[in-house]
Design a protein around this ligand. Sequence first.
Ligand code: PLP
Length: 768
Amino acid sequence: MKFEKEKFLSAVNDILRADYAAEMETATKKELYNAVSKAAMALAFDDWKKEKKSDKKRCGYFSAEFLMGRSIYSNLLNLGILDGAKEALKSIGKDLGEFEEVEDAALGNGGLGRLAACYLESAASSSLPLDGYGIRYRYGLFRQTFEDGFQHEEGDDWLKWGDPWSVRIDRDAVVVEFADQKVLAVPYDMPVFGYKNGVVNTLRLWSSEPVDAFDFEAFNDMKGEHTAEENFHATKITDVLYPNDNTMAGKILRLRQQYFLVSASLQDILAKDKAKGRKLSELDKYHCFQLNDTHPVIAIPELLRLLKNEGFSFEEAFSICSKCFNFTNHTIMAEALEKWDALALSDLLPDVYQEIVHCQERMSGEGLDPTKFFIIRDNVIHMANLAIYVAAKVNGVAEIHTNILKTDTFKEWNELYPEKFVNITNGITPRRWLLLNNPEMAKEIDARIGTEWHTDLKKLKNLKPYINEMLPAFTRIKGENKAKLAAYIKEHEGVEIPSHFIFDVQVKRLHEYKRQLLNALSILYFYYGIKDGTIEDFPPTAFIFGAKAAPGYYMAKAVIKFINEIANLVNSDAEVAPYMRVVFVQNYNVSYAEKIVCAADVSEQISMAGMEASGTGNMKFMLNGTVTLGTLDGANVEICEEAGRENNYIFGATVEEVAQVKKFYCPREVLENTIGLKRALETLIDGTFEDESGMLQKLYESLVAGFSPDRYLVLYDFADYVRVKEELLRDYGTEEFNKKCLVNLASAGKFSADRSVKDYAKLIWKIK
Ligand SMILES: *Cc1c(COP(=O)(O)O)cnc(C)c1O
């Protein structure tokens, strides 16, 4: 896009006058942010209109979560006006960098929601007609602070700075009905700009409102209170994101949210097709739908219901659904696979429930063995089974994960429908996760191999002949990024990290399977080793954590408290000060991640093998030239395939070994036989740390006591972990080590979300 500075500034000024009665000189930062954003958006309006009107087959990406992060820089970059806008603002004495204060749009928990955001950007950048459909939560993922080492949650007011990147479309509002409630669904459309290609797709986020904004008649009839109550209920549906990651809440409000999202989206899509004169019997000619995990799977019976209302028979409607829907599985963990109580669902959505029953009956009618194949059993509805039965394709998100789905989790289903199961390994957008967050490194790459890699990440492999030559620039830029991160951490967390320290990073949601506890115990092991002299010349290392715990997840919160206690102990000990620091950053989110992944020396990806479906954090670090310290789990396996296992640091039990070990696992035995483990572990109970809450005691018990202690083999993998970790830390700084970093960067091509969405388009969506 051609950028005309004077025209742009004058557009900004017009918006400031009209919307805020202000001008460049008098506008507040917030007013300027809104005006700049709106002016940029207006530049792409014609492209957006063109895409909305186009007759191409489109895919709707249905997701309860979109973890978008901050939009302004990414949007300006993709519009090709980032430098222009920066210059323009500079010429009037303003700094584009000041918009870093703008809140992230955190309408998601973690990896699953961030994946949805990357896919939208990558699809637009690959000229694929993909639109997102989600919920406009009034409050996104909570803001996290620590008080005395404990996590505290505060409401996330992400609209504080306004929402200039959305447009409310009242004319597209639809009514969504529950047995006990009727609400209006109002869409807010966010443009999704492709990278410098003039494509603008849409993320449509639905907000719930009362059907009648204010019922004066009822008010005059002295039913004012009743009206207020109805208002309250209507807005409540989209008020807040459930802060759970990889667990299921089972709450009716959550079911309301899911149904609200899919009913509004499907009604909208069908109404537009009818208005265009399309035949609904040919729905699959114009649309397909990707169900991002089980959260939106209720779309299947909802479309059955809507099509029957249009006069189709159940079989006709079923046939249409089976061509339109596809399902992505994100986890094998039982506690995350959604199950709903049949009575609760039939009370809330009787007609939708009937369609689920019809699916079950159809299945039985096919003579399938009901002990293996069921949707409803013992009054529980299994949403994943419903999805697999109806969907055209079911995909896992990394090779190892899809293999586990096919041979274990959904073994019977795979034997029944082998053609349904496919793998699409996750990816990340290289625009946000290298061009934008690490611009100096991007420039060094451009200087050597040109800019093709911006949209064809495999081209990064052309860097390989330049690795030796690029090492000095690489280490210089990494060093600068580390200094910047250290300054940011000093300001926001109050912890000083010397930037020559190794930055060993574990950032991701807090979950027992991700094993932040294993990392924590290794730090104590090194700490006591340094203190008693059994570990000499320990390479100076800063252990950096970032993670939110679900508010109701006791063990996860206990791990946060434990690590904060370790940080206190280590950081106030002058004797170990030359060797280590520990910091747990508060409120880890997309914007924090952008600063962290370009400054890390070690990427900790240490889940118990088999548990992390893919991971995308691992890919962000790799793309920024960081070695992985990890298990053979999720996409780590493919990272090793691409970059070479010898260029990463792999440890621990494999999936096969995990299965073997679990048969007769005795953590107490491991504890007795592992040098240094006991001393580290017993800090949880020996008074090293105050434990008034009793949390640390419970953490200890989770590893050694009860019916199935140490479910995630923390103790089992400990010895191998500290061995490989120490080897890594001692390799650090050598030329050989730096080469490993750059080989990883140059091998990251496969993990572009551009590749992922193109795979989806070809194998599943059949769109161009
Ligand atoms: C990428 C990302 C994640 C996912 O990280 P994993 O290590 O794959 O779990 C979670 N949260 C944020 C903010 C991210 O940017």
